[in-house]
Write a protein that binds this ligand. Structure first.
Ligand code: C2E
Ligand code: CA
Ligand code: CA
Length: 422
């Protein structure tokens, strides 16, 4: 890209040209674009910074210092961003920006930048912030004529927060890795009951992380970290192996109906690549389970975040003979159009729907529709989170085949589950 190499002597006190000045017809305000005339000041060093800018047209000069100490640090053109440092750390502008020609800019608000940054990995956030911090220190040093190394912002609370979050992430990950290596997890088993005769027809394996002094960490605490870091892959393999071993123990221990299912939760991260799916397939094929009795619980998120990959992963897994169940049905996405496109055997109605049927005609109507939909597509239905007899009665009357919930039993360690079956 050819850039003008001119450094025009802008008077330091030149007023900024207001956005869209006299250009209403050219740039409708709904476009969000702002325009500056040649020579206009966009912002000034030391100003509070509330946005960054993307250059749509024209050229912008970034300048530090004034008078004899005036230094052009960059000349930027279309497609480039500036003013991002203040947008990222909320600190003051470290330089001034001036339009070299007629220039059209798209402002990106600090809130938009913040949204983008917050959705990043904690380590990426720390890297970004530490780079901005270094740039600021350089700017400070250049202002002070390379004199002091004490150019740090005195207190930078938001940077400390990013540091704290990244530290928390790294420590949490190390703890998780160690726990996986030491196999410090446990599985609990919650029975899944046939609603017509109340016999136990299987169980769902639910992970627990026992801590010090008899405390137990809930999966809601650590599964997101395991997913984000990829540790869910080895952890999920352990869950599958342990769940299948428990299924085998239960069958030796008690006379059980056929089929007697073992349900295992599978995270979308475990199905995200062909390689991971193949590894899972090998694990299933080499395990002692009768695959027709193994149910993999996947969420709607799995189906919709990458439908093509999900389609191929689930079809491949299903070739081994396992059954696929949609977990938390109804909580993910409202679109039903995808359901018939995937190889799905069962549907688990989320607890929030099950708990809203008693004395609530609309809640009941939703469950009726879900059961009809599932049956219409040839799937059976499990009602999750059944907590009382009224819910059980209604779900059973709706034709729901299976139920799971505290009404029957909380998730139990293997010993407790064996006792229940015995
Ligand atoms: P989920 O798969 O929807 O599991 C059902 C959750 O509801 C379990 O919580 C269970 O203890 C709880 N629950 C069961 N019946 C009732 C009831 O009647 N009332 C109430 N209030 N709750 C009930 P838990 O064990 O804390 O698991 C939470 C979530 O963690 C699971 O939701 C699942 O998404 C995830 N999770 C658990 N184990 C694993 C695992 O091995 N792998 C993966 N990827 N995720 C897991
Ligand atoms: Ca589940
Ligand atoms: Ca669920």
């Amino acid at each position: 890209m050819s850039r003008p190499q001119v450094a025009l002597p802008f008077p330091p006190d030149e007023p900024a040209v207001p956005a869209l000045q006299g250009l209403g017809a050219l740039l409708p305000s709904s476009s969000g674009l702002v325009q500056y005339g040649a020579g206009a000041r966009i912002f000034t060093e030391g100003d509070a910074g509330d946005c960054a800018y993307l250059i749509e047209e024209g050229y912008v000069e970034i300048v530090r210092g004034e008078g004899r100490r005036r230094l052009v640090v960059a000349t930027l053109g279309p497609g480039e961003i500036f003013g991002e440092m203040a947008g990222i750390d909320g600190d003051r502008r470290s330089a001034s920006a001036l339009a070299l020609h007629e220039t059209v800019l798209m402002p990106i608000s600090a809130a938009q930048l913040d949204d983008a940054i917050q959705s990043e990995h904690p380590l990426t956030q720390l890297l970004l912030r530490s780079l901005v911090r270094r740039l600021r220190q350089d700017a400070q040093r250049s202002r002070e004529g390379e004199r002091g190394a004490d150019g740090r912002p005195v207190v930078d609370l938001s940077y400390s927060r990013v540091q704290a979050r990244a530290g928390e992430y790294v420590r949490g990950l190390a703890e998780l890795e160690l726990a996986i290596k030491r196999q410090a997890f446990q599985l609990n088993y919650q029975p899944i009951v046939c609603l017509s005769d109340l016999s136990i027809r299987g169980f769902e394996a639910l992970i627990r992380w026992p801590g010090a002094n008899g405390s137990v960490r809930s999966p809601a605490d650590f599964i997101p970290l395991a997913e984000r870091s990829g540790m869910i892959v080895p952890l999920g393999e352990w869950v599958l192996r342990t769940g299948v071993a428990a299924w085998s123990r239960m069958r030796q221990h008690a006379r059980l109906p056929e089929p007697f299912y073992v349900s295992v939760n599978v995270s979308p991260v475990q199905l995200a690549t062909e390689e991971r799916v193949e590894k899972l397939v090998r694990l299933i094929q080499s395990s002692e389970v009768d695959t027709a009795q193994l149910r993999l619980e996947v969420t709607e998120e799995t189906l919709l975040s990458d439908p093509e990959q999900a389609q191929s992963a689930l079809s491949r897994l299903r070739e081994t003979g396992v059954k696929i169940m949609i977990d938390d049905f109804g909580t993910g996405y409202s679109s039903l159009s995808y359901l018939h496109q995937f190889p799905i055997d069962s549907l688990k109605i989320d607890r929030s729907f099950v708990n809203s049927v008693v004395g609530n005609a609309k809640g009941e109507q939703v469950v009726t529709a879900v059961v009809q939909l599932a049956h219409g597509l040839g799937m059976d239905v499990v009602a999750e989170g059944l907590e009382n007899e009224e819910e059980l009665g209604i779900l059973k009357a709706k034709g729901c085949e299976y139920g799971q919930g505290y009404y029957f039993s909380k998730p139990l360690p293997l010993g407790g589950a064996l006792q229940l079956l015995g």
